[in-house]
Design a protein. Sequence first.
Length: 147
Amino acid sequence: MSGELEGLYRELIMDHSRDPHGKGDPAGLAHTHHELNPSCGDEITLGVTLDADGRIDRLAWDGQGCSISMASASIMSELLEHADRDEAFARIGEFREMLRSRGAVEPTEALGDAAAFQGVAKYVMRVKCAMLGWVALEACLTASRAA
């Protein structure tokens, strides 16, 4: 990844951290899940309501933590707004694979701005931060299947 691209990605992460998309009270939504990163104290509570066709109708999250965890939840919210359940699971899997690859897996266009976290993959301690919101959404979507 070029230095110029890294700088753009860093700025994108900071922008989302300062002005997060999807941040709000998840309490009234159909499925909620709380995730905590015990190694750093970052935490997110995410809620989602699906429509009759299995599309994300409403998604909201609240939390506190580093710029990586907050920006990642924001970008995920924007990317998956109104996605259907299968598409959301696919993007979560793709994001997880990119982060676990330690930079070996190139993000696809389907990840959109989430590609900004490719550099995070090189820092094992930061992967959990970036995954926090995605894991919470995955738990909500899994619970919605069982309901």
